[in-house]
Design a protein around this ligand. Structure first.
Ligand code: HEM
Ligand code: HEM
Length: 198
């Protein structure tokens, strides 16, 4: 069925809830990582434990979201979009899925391959320890160092792609739909937003 901009169906409630919870956790986690750069000693270690806790939550929620999405295809996007807009929107969405899973996964990997993992395990909310990847903690020191360095680099690189690439493109796209195209794209993700034609 072709849909006019004003009749775009909204996302399902589960998809909307997961979208906003994961978005807030990711943005908060970037803020925590940046702010922790200003800190030293116990304050830094304590804040970075929150970075790891929230990151692991993003990993679990994103896997749940991906599984849910594969079983429940999202509503069709506006048929008014030009082919390049469609390709860009899909590219950004799938890029997000790669990073929503890749960022916390690379964090988990490089922290597991750290010489400090036995002293500072990944503590979830200060309540229980999240397991380190034992095949990495048991590696001989030189290999462990190599894995640590490579995956730390990939973690930083992925962080740059999400901060300076995907988030700005995605938000600018949403604002363009809302204020220039005046269609329902943003209202698909924010159900209480006034829909076009109302
Ligand atoms: C939502 C998921 C995550 C996001 C968005 C994220 C983002 C970031 C960002 C922006 C930085 C700073 C990079 C820089 O200074 O250039 C960082 C650093 C760091 N992240 Fe993550 N991260 C996530 C998950 C994780 C997880 C799950 C872990 C570990 C279990 C982790 C461990 C670390 C550590 C230890 C650093 C500091 C690295 C250093 O100082 O060299 N991150 N992260
Ligand atoms: C780190 C933050 C964010 C992440 C990781 C993220 C991720 C995603 C993903 C993966 C989708 C595709 C959903 C699917 O089809 O499965 C999506 C859709 C959407 N997001 Fe975000 N998002 C973020 C922030 C935002 C913000 C701040 C806004 C609003 C300004 C926004 C507005 C939307 C809208 C309107 C859609 C639906 C697009 C459409 O109908 O084609 N998102 N987001």
């Amino acid at each position: 069925m072709t849909q006019t901009p004003s009749s775009l169906a909204r996302y399902a409630t589960v998809a909307i809830l997961l979208h906003w919870v994961i978005a807030l956790l990711i943005i908060g986690n970037i803020g925590i990582a940046w702010y922790s750069d200003e800190l030293k000693g116990a304050a830094k270690v304590g804040l970075m434990q929150w970075h790891k806790t929230l990151g692991i939550c993003v990993l679990l929620l994103s896997l749940a979201r991906l599984a849910w999405r594969l079983m429940n295809p999202p509503p069709a996007i506006s048929s008014d979009l030009k082919p390049w807009e469609r390709t860009l929107a899909h590219g950004v969405h799938w890029g997000f899925y790669v990073l929503m899973i890749g960022l916390p996964l690379t964090g988990w990997i490089f922290v597991s391959a750290s010489p400090f993992i036995k002293i500072y395990p990944i503590s979830m909310f200060g309540l229980f320890d999240w397991p380190a990847l034992s095949f990495l903690t048991d590696l001989p020191k030189p290999q462990m160092k190599q894995v640590h360095e490579v995956f730390a680099e990939v973690h930083h690189l992925m962080a740059k792609v999400i901060v300076y690439g995907l988030i700005p493109l995605h938000v600018l796209g949403a604002l363009k739909h809302q204020f220039m195209d005046k269609d329902d794209t943003l209202a698909r993700m924010i159900p209480f937003l006034r829909r076009a034609g109302q």
